[in-house]
Design a binder for this molecule. Structure first.
Ligand SMILES: [Zn+2]
Length: 199
């Protein structure tokens, strides 16, 4: 399980970043820490137990890597390529995700709760037991993906496509939907109201 260490700064409720005892805001040399975190991401194909909460990544190629128990919570991820990557128990809660490629991924038990996800692709992916609750998802595509048992509760969906998706047991109870397409998807197998959510 994800190894959570609290920031050593008294009163701070964030988690300790990467190899430091403090969070990114309280670290003595955040730039060096971020550089170290990026080096670790680049240098290994299997990345485990890494807390990069709050990191800013721009234009990084992380295609095909495996992430296990990693946190990108509250991170800013811009134009990052996760193409064909694997994720297990990873956190993207509160992250700001723009123009990223999550196509062809396999992901399980990971959370994008309250994230802002713009202009990004989750196409042709296995997205099992993921949480997108409270997120805002705009100009994104999930086409041709299996979303089994994933949750979109109180999610804002804007001009986003779920075409030819497997929506079995998907909790599809958005706060709002504008310009969303479910063409060729089995919406009848999705859970569309909270009264049936936990049956
Ligand atoms: Zn702190």
């Amino acid at each position: 399980m994800y190894s959570y260490r609290a920031c050593a700064e008294p009163g701070c409720r964030r988690s300790a970043f990467f190899e430091d005892e403090r969070c990114l805001d309280h670290a003595a040399d955040p730039d060096a820490l971020v550089a170290g975190g990026i080096e670790r991401l680049r240098g290994s194909d299997e990345i485990r137990n890494l807390n990069l909460a709050g990191i800013r990544l721009d234009g990084l190629d992380l295609a095909g890597k495996s992430f296990i128990c990693c946190s990108f919570a509250n991170a800013s991820l811009q134009a990052v390529l996760f193409t064909g990557a694997h994720f297990k128990i990873c956190l993207f809660d509160g992250a700001d995700i723009g123009s990223c490629d999550f196509s062809g991924i396999s992901a399980q038990f990971s959370s994008f709760g309250a994230a802002r996800i713009l202009n990004s692709s989750f196409e042709n992916s296995e997205l099992l037991h993921l949480n997108f609750s409270g997120a805002r998802i705009e100009d994104c595509t999930f086409n041709n993906s299996n979303l089994y048992d994933s949750r979109f509760i109180k999610t804002e969906l804007v001009t986003t496509a779920f075409q030819d998706c497997d929506l079995k047991r998907v909790h599809l109870i958005p706060a709002s939907e504008v310009g969303v397409s479910y063409r060729y998807s089995n919406t009848a197998e999705a859970i569309r109201d909270l009264d049936h959510a936990w049956q």
